[in-house]
Design a protein. Sequence first.
Lengths: 399, 118
Amino acid sequence: MPLMRDVAIIGAGMIPFGRRYEDSLLDMLASASLKALDDAGLGNQSVDALYVANVGGGILQHQTAIASSLADRLSLLPAAAETIENGPASGSSAVKAGLLGIASGYYETVLVAGGEKMRAGDGAHTTDFASTMTHPQAEYPYGVTMPGLAGMFARLYMQKYNLTAEHLQAVSIKNHEMGALNPYAHFRKPINRQEIFDGPQAALHNPIVADPLRLYDLCPTSDGAAALVLSSVDVARKLGRPYVVIAGFGQATDTQTLAERADPTELKAVTLAAQQAFTQANLRPSDIHVAELHDAFTILEIAESECVGFFPKGAGGEAALKGQTRLGGSIPINISGGLKARGHPMGATGVAQIVEIVWQLRHELPENRQVPNAQTGLTLNFGGFANNVLCFILRRAEP
Amino acid sequence: MSELPLTAYRCKNCGHIHYPFHDRCLECRGREFEEIHPQGSARLLTYTAIFNLPYGFDQQSLILGIAEFENKVKALGQIKAQSVNQLKAGMTVKAVWEPIRSQPEGVVFGLKFEPLET
C-alpha cells in the first residue's frame, strides 16, 4: 500500500550500549533523544509527537507510561506521546507509528526513541522477563527461553541446510570484528579464534547455552537507547543537507508458538514483511547496499539473509563463510556489530538499526565502517520468536 | 494408556488441529472446535538443552523439545533425559503428565517426553 506522502529521517542519535548502571531508563532515553533532536537541527523547538519504544519498564523498573515521562523531561509538552510495546520489535513499531503519523499528514515532526535497561536485575529474572513473550500456557510454564526456542530452530535449520558450527562462527566473528570498530557497541573486542572456538579452553569460554547454540551465538543483555527525528520531506529539504527517506516498510505476524508452524524453519513473517517493504519501495534485494538484520542468535542472521532475499534458501551460511556479508562483500550485513556485538536493549534495537543505516546513507561513518557510496539500506527487526516482524527500506536523498 | 489431560482443538469446518486454543481456526477462521487429546506415542521433531534458566527453576539445565502425536497434535514439553546425546530428531517418545515447575501457589503439571529408543 503506498504512503500518502514521503517521510524523511532528519535526526539520529544514540548512546553507547552495554552496562549503564549509573543511568536510569529515562536518563538513557533523554540522552539519545537530545542527540537526535540536535542532529535534526531542531534547537529549542518541540515536535508534534513522540513515540517511545520500551518493553520492560513495567516489569524491570516498575515504571510505566514512559513516553509521558520523556515528554515532560525533554520539555516537549504539549506534544502527543505514546509508549509502544511490541516485544523486541518495539523500536521498529515506534518508527512505524511515527511514519504513519507523518505520512497521513497529521504531523510534521515526530521524535521516536527506544530504550531498555536490562542489566539492573539478576540474570534469572531478566531471562524470565524475556520469556514472558512466550505462550502463557503452551510454552512459558515449561521454562522455555528465547535462546531455547532459537536452539530448537537452529537444530532444524542446520539439519535441513547442512549448516555447521563453522557457519555460525563466521557470523559471530564478523559481528564482533565490526562491533570492535563501533564506539556505540556493547562488545568492542574481536573474537580470538583460538580462545573461543578452536583452542583447548574453547568449551570453557564458549559453553553451550541452548544446544546447539553456544554463548558466542547469542546477543548480550544490554542497556541502551537510540532515537530518530522523522519529518515531512518539506521540512527535510530546508535542512540543506542529505537526508534519508523511508522508501518502504512491511510488517507481518506468525503463530505465537514455534510448535504450531507447519514448517518451523520457514520464517514466514520475515519473508512477508520484507516482500511488503520491497514492493512499496519498488526495489529488489539486489538493489540494497547495506542491511541491519536481527541477529539475536547467529543462526537468525543466516536465515533472515535468505528470507529477505539476499541469498537463495540454504545459501546464507556459505555466503557468511565466504565473506559476502562483510564490509566489501556483495551485501554488507550488521556493520554496526548487530545485536550480537552492538547489543540488544530490546526497545532500543529497532531504532538503533535505523540510526546505523541513516549514518551509512549520510556517509558519516569512518572508512573502516562505511559502505562506500551507500544509497539504500534495509533493517529487519523481529519480536517474539519471529512472530511479529518489521522491515524498513531506506534511501538517501539529496537536499 | 491413560489420556493426557492436555486439550487440543480440531476445527469442525476444516479439520485443522490446534494447540494451544485459538478463538478462530488458523486455516479457515471457523469458530467451532472439537476438543481432542494427544493420542498414542509421539515423534520428537526438535529439541534443545538450556543452561540459563529463568527465575522459578532450581535445576542447572532443562531439556526441552517439540513432539508430534499420532493424531497430529504438536506440543512443547520437557524431556526426561540426562543429555541431548540420548536424543535424535524423529525418534519416538512417550508422553506423560508430571510436575514441570514449582511455584509458591503449588506444583504446575505439564507434558514430559520419555525417549523410547536411542
